[in-house]
Every structure is written in C-alpha cells, then in structure tokens.
Design a protein around this ligand. Structure first.
Ligand code: NAI
Length: 319
C-alpha cells in the first residue's frame, strides 16, 4: 500500500496557528493538500486577536514547498473561513474544527460570559464552519469533518463545567452529522486529544508534557480525513502515539414492573436498582434504532404476558 496523499484536496484547519491545529496543517500540507490556516490569534481565554499565529504557520508551509493561505476570522464567523477556502482554492474537502479556548472556573463561579464564550468558540464555531461547508460537501459527494472533543467532556474535570458541556456537545453534533452526511460520502468523526500546548502547559505535569507532542496525534486526524478511511461517527481518543475508539455502553437494565397494566412505583425502582445499574454484559448500541428497538422488545415482553419476578431479575434488553 502506498503513502496516503491529499493531492488535489483542500483542508481547512481552525485554530491552526499553534498547538494541535498547527501540527495538522503542517501534515496536510506535507502530504499535498492546499491548506487554509485559520487562527484568530487571540489569548488562551478568548481575548484579543492577531494575524501573527496564522501567518507564521503559512510561512512555514510555504518554506517547506507547500500551499497555504491564512485566515484570521473567528470560528464564530465560520462561513467566512469556508469562503476563504473557496475564494483561494475553489473547493473544500476537509474541515478540522480545532480552535479552542479555556475559561476555567469552579462551577459556582462560572459567569454567563465564561459560559457563552466557551460555547461560542467550541460548539457554535464548529456548527458555523461545518454548516457552511456542508452544502459544498453534499454537492461534490465528498467531505471529511473532524470535531475536537476532550476527556473533560467525556468524563468531567474539576473547574471545566462550561468546557465539558461544550466538548460533549460536539459528540452529539457529530452523531447526527454523521447520519445526515453518510449518503453523500460525508464523514464526521471526533478526536479526543491530549497534547502539550498552551492550553495544557500549566495543567499537565512537566515530564508528561514533554511526551505529549501534537505531532503524535496529527496522523490520526489526517487518516480520519483521508478518502480511504471508512470511519464515520466515531470518537477516537489519541495521545503520545496511541489511539483508541470510545463508545457509550448501556446496561441491560431491568424491567420495573411485571404487567403492562402495572404502574411503576419509586419502590420498584429501588428494588431493581442493582440490576438497573449493573454493567455486567452491558451492550454497545450502534444507533438510536437499536436503542428504541430494545425498548420495544421489553414492551412486547410485557404485553405478551406477565413477566415473572424471577425472569425480571435476569431480563436482558436483547433483540
Ligand atoms: P492552543 O491554544 O495551542 O491552540 C488553539 C488555537 O485556537 C490557538 O492558536 C487560538 O488562537 C485558536 N483560537 C482560539 N479561539 C479561536 C477562534 N474563535 N477562532 C479561531 N481560532 C481560535 O490549544 P490546543 O491544545 O492545540 O487545542 C486545540 C483543540 O484541542 C482545542 O479545541 C482544545 O480544546 C482541544 N483539546 C486539547 C487538549 C490538549 O491536551 N491540548 C485536550 C483536549 C482537547
């Protein structure tokens, strides 16, 4: 198998003036893509702006013989960033939504501004850029989108409630875009990185920081954006030269009543709580149809006759 190339492709990487985004932009360009290096060039908390960050990365790409243009818009004006790709290169094939800021505060101290700004950059920004690119992807029957989530969103992290909410929101956004884009060969996946950058310089321990090079994650993002990658709707965690898929799993659960005509009391819930929360034999559900299908099965079982208590305890939501 030959090298994976991006010749003829146009890639937009948001927040590509530094950190992870810079690594992605350099890699795409080194593999033949024309790259839009977007970066607002502001501070870590979403303050200020400058053209310097994006310009430096564009210069580096050009020095290496690649093709790139800078874009200084905020992702909140996502349509302008997509327009930069279309105006300069006539197309867009790849969109990596990577721009990000932090406004860490313990939950009780989060102001409306801390909440709104973090959501504007991460969630609304990714929505705006993707919605602008989507009709182009649809028309050409091809598109690759990567959203950037965080372990903070998947698992929570002290002081990051605003960021966690926005980051898990991107998983939800991806789930539906992946479904809506599939028939037009538009794939949308999520990267969950851990890397040394200005966002993590005072969070990660120094010895770990040194090992977490963004360049070790960039190939994972690049592969997700390649035409040969079949993955769609996946959440891929990556760090330190490792990558793995994350999925939500659901317990087999428990029926809370024995007859279709019965109600459910709070005591029924208490009495079955162990089985409700037992993750033994938990299942991965691939779609909303799988989730509703399992519920329909349990209803059918209830309708078709009384479910004996002993059966209830071992009842499994299988199809
Ligand atoms: P970084 O701060 O080095 O890079 C982010 C870039 O986004 C900066 O250059 C910044 O100027 C730009 N940016 C910020 N707001 C923007 C806006 N409104 N429009 C355009 N550009 C904007 O940070 P890093 O670590 O490279 O982060 C990249 C992404 O990865 C972010 O979404 C971050 O939340 C996410 N992430 C990073 C982790 C890590 O360990 N570094 C962990 C989990 C997620």
């Amino acid at each position: 198998m030959g090298d994976l190339r991006f010749d003829g492709r146009v890639a937009v990487v948001t927040g590509a003036g530094a950190g992870l985004g810079k690594s992605y932009a350099l890699l795409f360009a080194s593999r033949g893509a024309k790259v839009v290096v977007n970066d607002l060039g502001g501070g870590r908390h979403g303050d200020g702006s400058s053209s310097k960050a994006a310009d430096a990365v564009v210069d580096e790409i050009r020095r290496n013989g690649g093709t790139a243009v800078a874009d200084y818009n905020s992702v909140v004006d996502g349509e302008k960033i997509v327009k930069t790709a279309l105006d300069n290169f006539g197309r867009i094939d790849i969109l990596v939504n990577n721009a990000g800021i932090l406004r860490d505060k313990s939950f009780a101290r989060i102001s409306d501004q801390d909440w709104d700004l973090v959501h504007a950059v991460h969630l609304k920004g990714s929505f705006k850029t993707t919605q602008a690119a989507f009709p182009v992807f649809k028309k050409q029957g091809y598109g690759r989108i990567v959203m950037t989530s965080s372990n903070s969103g998947l698992y929570g992290n002290f002081g990051q409630a605003n960021y966690s909410a926005a980051k898990l929101g991107l998983v939800g956004l991806t789930n539906t875009i992946a479904i809506e884009g599939a028939k037009n060969n538009i794939h949308c996946n999520v990267i969950v990185p851990t890397a040394a950058s200005r966002l993590t310089e005072d969070i990660l321990p120094p010895d770990l920081f040194a090992e977490l090079k963004p360049e070790l994650i960039a190939p994972v993002v690049a592969y997700l954006c390649h035409e040969s990658c079949p993955e769609n709707g996946a959440v891929i965690e990556s760090a330190a030269g490792w990558a793995g898929k994350c999925q939500i799993i659901r317990a087999n659960g428990s029926l809370l009543r024995t007859k279709i005509t019965d109600g459910v009391s709070v005591e029924n819930v208490r009495d079955n709580w162990q089985q409700v929360t037992s993750m033994t034999g938990a299942e991965i559900l691939a779609s909303i149809q799988d989730a509703t299908g399992a519920l329909m099965t349990s209803l059918d079982n209830l309708r078709s006759g009384d479910v004996k208590k002993e059966e209830m305890d071992v009842f499994e939501f299988t199809e």
